[in-house]
Design a protein around this ligand. Sequence first.
Ligand SMILES: [Zn+2]
Length: 466
Amino acid sequence: MSAWPPVYDPDYYPTPDEPYWNRALETMDPQEREETVILPKLRAQLEYCYAHSPFYQRKWDAAGVHPGDVKSLTDFEGFPLVTKDEIRADQAAHPPFGSNVCVDPIRLGRVLGTSGTTGRPTAFGVSRDDMTRIANAHARIMWGMGIRREDIVFIGSFFSLYWGSWGALVGTERLGATAFPFGAGVPGQTERAIEWMQMVKPTVFYGTPSYSLYLAERARELGVDPLRDFNFRVMFFSGEPGAGVPSTKRRIEETFGAVCLDSGSTGEMSPWMSNGECAERRGMHFWQDLVYSELVDLKTNRRVPYGSEGVTVYTHLERDSQPMIRFLAGDISRWEIGTCACGRTYPTLPRGIYGRADDMFVVRGENVYPSAIEDELRAIPGFGDEYRIVITRERTMDELIVQAEPLPGLEAGEAARIQKALADRLKAKGLRTVVRMLAPGSLARTEFKAKRILDQRDLYDELAQG
Ligand SMILES: [Zn+2]
């Protein structure tokens, strides 16, 4: 490696028939990549952090680790994890961007953040140079999705604090495709999206999986057929795990006649597409030379072997503003290596992200992942895309209730069939549930992340104590 952080040629494009944006890096022997690409970048990033970030100076001194000691990626596993709460607390103590901002404020190009629906929001102060590198990273991964310069990329998500929309936009622009930053969330905007999709015929869609399915449902209500009247070829998603759930993927592909691709780590870690599926769509790759991603065992904080399940931990390799080193994102997945037909040699998550340490809930002592319930639901013909999981406590027993809507216009008796099929499928998975069918359209729709889990046990506890 010559210089750190890397400088990218703004005029570089692969030839259109080239499957890789950077063939050498993407198809390199994994061991060689770790030693000759990732480790040198990591060491430079660590030295930079230690020199510019009081946050890491304090943290690493307290843990007795030092960048100079990192001779291998195994050595690096001795570095402590960084939690979201720790970042929030640091920003509260050193507003607005915390003691990890690392660059002169004059170099910050953009402010983004988390929505802060649960607690204090996290502010992202992103340098201009980081934005450029993020754009290059996203362009490379979007190229791997099969997106080319002829494409028109419809961005159907909020343009506000949300990194997802801006990340898709800068990637599209660097790739040289046509950006259609439509946005979402304004009343009536879904109907306008349906109109514009027929008019402009965008070929690529970005948003959340639940919003794409809502949009399809609304289109059909308006007499528009998403398969016939839209022109999507590639649809990529982040913000929710749905696009990595096989049945949801199938549903989106059948609805739109497009390839459905999963992507996304978390806003703190932008370039967030460093978890991203290629056009083969066999699970997200960890694009590890852009962000060094690990699956770790939380008992030891060390990497789990390939083939095993672990929790996502991410490390920036080319960020000069707010670099995150061993950031504990808390998503649960299993990884493999060298199994994708695309020829990329990155680790792959064949089942995507299938749980979040904080999304998972425990019912009667069983770990339950919402995505497992969703997977069973979507496998049942006649299910209408919307559902909610409600957990209550009757005296001391937890009760798991799944509320689901059938497709509109089904014949009498069909709802009962879906109800029984789902109860049987969940029972076969060892989950005792009460399935309730609701009238089509009765659950609240969303243009962003669907709120599908309602845990009423805390409420019950409060009532019991009060
Ligand atoms: Zn691949």
